[in-house]
Design a protein around this ligand. Structure first.
Ligand code: 2AM
Ligand code: CA
Length: 263
């Protein structure tokens, strides 16, 4: 774990040192040109820094685990199965925040063993906040043990994601968020699902949902939240599956129950 954490911290420096003087309309990702290109769907970007962080992580982690497989957000060649040891990596979760210098993005690294998440690291380099957990052990934020409190919705903040890349999900997301607003102190939409889920683990939010996320957005954070005593499922209360996109609900157990009473 210490070695993995060290690698992720080093990768954080690539994000902190990024030169954001870019031309938004460029599409070529060479070193001296352009830094942004659009992926499929709306509001779905990749920068040269996403690629740089991803390949730094792949290379360094391969030195620790030469036989491991890798699934990275910016990598098209995903392995056909997750048997054995497999890392699911989002080099920059919160890429839109990164592009617009919002300083709310994270590196997310999940280690899977035979399809189960056994270690998770989510690192926000801007605040130097490192969330991590090992399966069956405690979850931490830096040195501090994380323990989810049974905060009711009415005494807490909730957060959601708008799935901006899938326009059809936007109306549904805002409808749910509008209902949720009646039950909480206020709502946040911060733009990094990995951090949002870790914020539930840290009791900064009691509740988070997003109607479509990819495994690299939630794999590491899901273990961190579970080891802190929180709940994370699909929107229809199913156990998480790490091989496809899915909806996500992450909450403390009390807020989770309350949500399904009015939704
Ligand atoms: P990203 O920044 O790594 O792309 C914002 O609503 C959240 O959704 C972020 O965690 C973001 O991750 C994620 N996201 C962005 N595009 C997505 C897509 N096409 N499918 C699923 N999740 C996506
Ligand atoms: Ca990303």
């Amino acid at each position: 774990m210490e070695d993995l954490i060290q690698i992720v911290r080093e990768a954080g420096n690539i994000i902190l040192e990024a030169d954001l003087n870019h031309d938004f309309n460029q599409t070529d990702l060479t070193d001296d040109n352009p830094m942004i290109t659009s992926k499929e769907g709306r509001a779905n970007f990749v920068t040269k820094y996403d690629l740089k962080v991803q390949y730094f992580l792949f290379d360094q982690i391969k030195k620790l685990y030469p036989d491991a497989k890798f699934i990275g957000e910016e990598d098209d060649k995903h392995p056909s199965s997750m048997d054995g040891r497999c890392f699911i990596i989002d080099p920059i979760d919160g890429t839109s925040n990164f592009i617009f210098d919002n300083k709310f993005s994270a590196i997310s690294v999940a280690m899977m063993e035979d399809g189960e998440v056994t270690a998770g690291i989510v690192y926000n380099p801007y605040l130097d906040e490192l969330f991590y957990a090992k399966k069956g052990e405690k979850a931490y934020l830096n040195q501090r043990v994380l323990q989810v409190k049974p905060l009711p919705l009415k005494d807490s903040l909730a957060a959601f994601g708008t799935s901006p890349y899938e326009e059809k999900l936007a109306d549904q997301s805002f409808e749910i968020a509008r209902k949720l607003l009646n039950h909480v102190v206020d709502i946040r939409r911060c733009g990094s699902a990995a951090l949002d889920i870790c914020y539930v683990a840290a009791n900064r939010y009691s509740f988070f949902f997003e109607l479509q996320l990819s495994p690299w957005d939630f794999a590491a954070a899901s273990l961190i939240l579970q080891e802190a005593g929180g709940k994370i499922t699909t929107f229809d209360k199913k156990e998480l599956f790490y091989e496809a996109k899915t909806s996500i609900v992450a909450a403390n157990p009390v807020a989770y129950q309350e949500f399904y009473q009015f939704i």
